[in-house]
Design a protein around this ligand. Structure first.
Ligand code: OOG
Ligand code: NI
Length: 470
């Protein structure tokens, strides 16, 4: 009997989830269609250059999803389902601090971690965990009610978790089991038709719409899915021309003439979806909730810690200048700052140690009998070695908070006189029951491995990219 490997399970899960979400939220299908059109146009206009940050087949299939869960136990179960798909938790995001309105969650992203797996299918899911213990959002009474409610629900059927554990251990499933696993897994993220307890939902909504979306219902659901696009400015124009209301901005770095770095994202506004509700007198009434939307993103080169520090600094400068010149467009301000401070070429990003690259031996390297030079810079300059940018596979806390906020109905409430509970990657690792990996370490390893490989092929003992002092 034939078996289905983890990456095939992952690709199939992403495709089925996308189909399901398209049926639930038709505007998402428009977004996917327009993204595909833009990608085809960019490929036509730029040729193979358009594929510098991933093959067109990878980019066309590429999606990220977002889900939200209520307890460490639920998070641990989600981790088992994603482990079956070859996805590990990477990165810690504290959205309580990144958002101005009440977003009481901490998050990680489940994704494949090695280069080959990412190239096969890079599906990732931004996963948020509610923080009922944070007294800035929940008083003792509400916290207790919320935790009791969450403890009494079951998001994942035991059969799904058993199949997931098997797929994780054996790294594949027989075809029939794979089919069952996929059906159950996609099913858990469908919007439930069970009536929503209106009074309970509204109690939580006063504190935070995100808390209500997570803890106000007895199931979970996919919150949004995000295709990848090669020209997000063009996509924004085309969606707007089709009459779809987009959020005000494209988040992340501005459009500029230098290399794409990190991540740019935008979305259309959450749409009202019909949901049945149970009124306080027990009667079932029809209502509507506005929580789900469609998002789109353009991915650029992963920055090193130094590059990221510079990026964060440029963002602060842009904020500061924008607040002093409210009449000027923030994007124009940011673009000017970028052009002044960020290297405008991949070569300079690499030379200054600001971004991650992989290195491989050039097919047309010198064959005149001369020995290779011994520094990365010279190997590249003299045509021995080619560089390829490493794609940023993660998220940006500020954009994530912006995405949450732009789709909240109310600001919620937040008592800043209370001391917040401190969480970090180590705490989240404990909650997930698995190590939450450091994204910088993953990119660095990809770069180091490629250099070690080049060094071996050239018979050199060591090779390290020596960033020149800035
Ligand atoms: C997650 C928001 C974060 C992104 O792309 O930054 C996110 C959510 O709304 O649950 O998906
Ligand atoms: Ni997203």
């Amino acid at each position: 009997m034939s078996t289905i490997s983890q990456w095939q399970l992952r690709a199939a899960f992403a495709a089925r989830l996308s189909r399901m979400y398209g049926q639930e939220v038709p505007a998402y299908t428009t977004l996917v269609d327009v993204s595909r059109e833009v990608n085809e146009d960019v490929l036509r206009a730029r040729g193979s250059d358009a594929e510098r940050l991933g093959s067109i087949s990878r980019v066309t299939a590429e999606r990220h999803g977002a889900i939200r869960v209520g307890t460490p136990r639920e998070l641990g179960q989600v981790a088992r389902v994603f482990a079956a798909l070859g996805m590990r938790p990477v990165g810690f995001y504290d959205l309580r601090e990144a958002a101005a309105s009440a977003v009481p969650v901490v998050s990680t992203a489940f994704r494949p971690v090695d280069g080959e797996e990412l190239a096969r299918n890079p599906f990732r899911v931004f996963t948020s965990l509610l923080t009922p213990a944070d007294p800035r959002f929940f008083d003792a009474d509400l916290r207790a009610r919320l935790e009791t409610f969450l403890a009494g629900r079951e998001l994942f059927p035991p059969e799904l978790l058993t199949l997931a554990d098997r797929a994780e251990k054996e790294r594949e499933l027989p075809e029939a089991d794979a089919e069952r696993f996929l059906q159950l897994a996609v099913g858990t993220f469908e919007l439930s038709t069970e009536p929503v307890d209106r009074a309970w939902y509204e109690t939580l909504e006063k504190v935070s719409a995100v808390a209500a979306d997570i803890g106000g219902v007895r199931s979970t659901h996919i919150n949004h899915l995000t295709p990848r696009v090669l020209d997000i400015d063009e996509l924004y124009r085309r969606m707007t021309n089709r009459g779809i209301e987009m959020i005000d901005t494209i988040q992340g770095p501005p459009a500029w003439k230098g290399p794409d770095v990190l991540l740019r994202q935008t979305s259309f506004r959450a749409l009202a979806e019909p949901r049945t509700m149970r009124a306080p007198d027990g009667s079932i009434v029809s209502g509507a909730l506005r929580v789900r939307f469609g998002e789109v993103e353009a991915r650029g080169i992963a920055l090193t810690r130094e590059g990221r520090t510079l990026y964060d600094d440029l963002v602060s400068r842009a904020d500061e200048q924008a607040s002093r010149h409210p009449a000027e467009a923030r994007d124009d301000i940011a673009r000017a700052i970028w052009e002044q401070h960020l290297p405008g070429t991949e070569e300079d990003l690499a030379a200054q140690g600001l971004a991650y690259f992989t290195y491989r031996l050039a097919d047309d390297r010198p064959r005149d009998g001369s020995g290779p030079p011994t520094t990365v810079g010279e190997l590249v300059q003299q045509g021995w070695v080619r560089t390829e940018p490493i794609v940023y596979e993660d998220f940006l806390p500020r954009s994530a908070a912006g995405i949450f906020q732009s789709n909240l109905s109310g600001k919620g409430t937040r008592d800043n006189d209370q001391e917040g509970v401190a969480y970090d990657a180590a705490w989240l690792s404990g909650a997930v029951g698995r190590d939450v990996l450091d994204p910088f370490a993953l990119y660095a390893r990809q770069q180091t491995d490629s250099l070690a490989h080049v060094a071996r092929e050239l018979g050199l003992t060591t090779l390290t990219p020596a960033p020149s002092p800035r």
